[in-house]
Ligand binder design. Structure first.
Ligand SMILES: [Zn+2]
Length: 291
């Protein structure tokens, strides 16, 4: 009895702390050369206005609002010594002035005000998870550790919506386009092979051969160097072409970590509440109470 009273008092204290914390937070947003300051909830509204698919169902928008809020709150901690907390960029979160948000986005942010994901589900901590999202996973998500070599491990979520209908793409890597890695066009012996995959199947490590030189590169680094608009994900097969190029046949769009936006839309349309969507993509993280 006493123990349960103490537990509920601690929960109430924690909720108050979260509430005080999030309602006073301002996010420093770097937009081009300018640093703008936005109250947290206005910032989240602007991110959803920029990032959420038009016509997305309310439960999906609510889940995305919690994810974007978590990312921003953690960024405040991680980047406190910098001039900014977040950058208006696809590497962080895209942002537009919140006045551009439609009524559905405004409602989703209001419904989830103050709520964010707790890092590692640490019940005694109010530290926000550095939660990520991406466009379409291709069938399953991967952990940050598997994709970037650091961060949480072993978080893999099956994504029924993307398994049933995964986005497919292809891109031909011409020998000249690997100049970014070599400082010169590739030699006649150019090849690009996947040598290590994540638990789901994304290319974790690639071996680039050219001019007798062999380099091992992380999949996400290759994607960044060749262009996110060309190599849409690291979940691909690499095959040599007759003309010396390498063809990538891939699935999914984005890094594949955290919430899959396409999959969350499907779950929400099938009737899942935002909490259930978050539990699927962040099985190790509890959601804070919000305000
Ligand atoms: Zn998915």
């Amino acid at each position: 009895m006493l123990r349960s009273m103490l537990r509920s008092m601690a929960r109430a204290r924690r909720a108050r702390r979260v509430s005080r914390h999030t309602s006073t937070v301002c996010i420093r947003v770097q937009r081009g050369a300018v640093i703008e300051r936005w109250p947290l909830e206005r910032y989240v509204t602007g991110v959803l206005a920029a990032e959420a698919p038009v016509g997305a169902p309310p439960a999906m928008l609510e889940a995305l609002a919690v994810v974007c809020r978590s990312f921003a709150l953690r960024a405040v901690v991680i980047r406190r010594s910098r001039r900014y907390d977040v950058v208006d960029s696809r590497l962080d979160q895209m942002f537009v002035p919140p006045e551009l948000a439609d009524a559905n986005v405004v409602a989703a942010v209001a419904t989830t005000t103050g709520a964010y994901l707790l890092d590692g589900g640490q019940r005694r901590s109010t530290m926000a998870l550095r939660a990520m999202f991406h466009t379409s996973c291709g069938g399953a998500t991967d952990s940050p550790d598997a994709v970037w070599g650091h961060g949480a491990e072993r978080i893999v979520a099956m994504c029924p919506g993307c398994s049933a209908r995964s986005v497919r793409w292809d891109h031909v890597v011409e020998p000249a386009s690997v100049r970014a890695f070599l400082g010169a066009p590739a030699g006649k012996d150019f090849s690009l092979d996947v040598v290590e995959r994540t638990p789901v199947g994304r290319a974790r490590t690639l071996r680039l051969t050219s001019g007798g030189e062999v380099r091992e590169l992380r999949g996400e680094d290759v994607r960044r160097a060749l262009g996110y608009d060309h190599v849409l994900s690291t979940w691909f097969e690499a095959r040599p072409e007759p003309n010396g190029a390498v063809r990538l046949d891939g699935r999914g769009i984005g890094h594949g970590v955290g919430l899959c936006v396409a999959g969350a839309v499907v779950l929400a349309r099938d009737g899942a509440a935002s909490q259930r969507i978050l539990e699927r993509y962040f099985p190790d993280s509890a959601r804070s109470t919000g305000t």
